[in-house]
Design a protein around this ligand. Structure first.
Ligand code: RIB
Length: 308
């Protein structure tokens, strides 16, 4: 029997206000959309749901507001098995993300942080939770002070830190110094390094700051680089995207679970790719995330072709 991993997540919970439209409007243009949905999201909550559905025991450290979105977000997390004891309710609005999804499944997002903006320090309970975890998942939709405090706490207790540097922004050296595995997409890797159109070179540049890097490449799979080894690419799984929102979060959650189970990196990346492939076939972020059996089924299916 595989050990059930315990994953801690510090990050955002947003209500996603999603419009589905053939083509996103350009500046000054009005277009008529097809559908509007209110769906749970936020990079922290998404990664927590992804890891819980993938089979881990998961706790989310964060904050929601006193509005009805806060209640709905807490409820949705609990339904996926995420422990919300350390998810505070604060006297403000919950975070919202205003998302346009086009007919190719691509999206554009504006995030209003709301309660997520209060997650700037750790309580003693937060630190104890992090200390007891196998891994800590972090992203950048809460203040960087909170992310840094969590990363340092994890580092102090020997807990692996996995940072998704999204939304893309320059990172303080102290945060990179407390990061074990950096998980950018191509755009974020470029923002961090200034290297365009060359994920391999960007990953190698990032290795001067962190020991391990995985650059996610969408339908082209992912690229793994570690100090002292040749980078390897892992292809994506076959899929047809209707909504890619949260695909990176699905990948991060599943990857954390597989690594905490002690699987080798290449296997873990294959499995995480399978999880992401399933998630993009369904609308929404957290709502689209697959359960372990679905990930296993897809992981054993055909690959989409070689990653570039
Ligand atoms: O990573 C996807 C998430 O980004 C969405 O769920 C949305 O809330 C934005 O934060």
């Amino acid at each position: 029997m595989t050990h059930t991993p315990h994953i801690a997540v510090l990050g955002s919970a947003n209500m996603d206000l999603v419009t589905y439209v053939a083509r996103a409007p350009q500046r000054g243009e009005t277009v008529t959309g097809r559908e509007f949905r209110t769906l749970p999201g936020g990079k922290g909550a998404n990664q927590a749901v992804a890891a819980a559905r993938a089979g881990a025991t998961v706790s989310l450290i964060g904050a929601v507001g006193t509005d009805s979105y806060g209640t709905q977000l807490r409820c949705a997390l609990a339904q996926s098995g995420v422990d919300t004891d350390l998810l505070r309710t604060v006297e403000t609005q919950s975070g919202t993300a205003h998302i346009v999804v086009d007919d190719k499944g691509g999206n554009a997002i504006v995030v209003i942080p709301g309660a997520n903006g209060t997650v700037d320090a750790l309580s003693a309970g937060d630190e104890a939770l992090i200390a007891s975890a196998d891994a800590l998942l972090l992203q950048l939709e809460v203040p960087v002070d909170g992310v840094l405090a969590a990363a340092r706490a994890a580092r102090g207790h020997g807990v692996r830190t996995i940072l998704t540097p999204a939304p893309a922004q320059p990172l303080p050296d102290a945060l990179l110094a407390a990061t074990d595995l950096l998980l950018p997409n191509e755009y974020e890797a470029t923002t961090l390094t200034g290297v365009f159109d060359d994920p391999r070179a960007a990953a190698l540049a990032l290795l001067s700051h962190v020991p391990e890097v995985v650059v996610t490449l969408g339908s082209r799979g992912s690229l793994y680089a570690a100090r002292g080894a040749e980078p390897v690419t892992v292809p994506a799984r076959e899929t047809t995207a209707v909504d890619t929102t949260g695909a990176g979060d699905t990948f991060a959650g599943a990857l954390a679970v597989a690594l905490a189970e002690g699987r080798p990196m290449a296997d873990a990346l294959h499995w995480a790719s399978a999880a992401a492939a399933v998630s993009v076939e369904r609308p929404g972020a957290s709502a689209s995330m697959p359960y372990r059996k679905e990930i296993d089924a897809r992981a054993n299916g055909p690959a989409q072709g070689p990653a570039s």
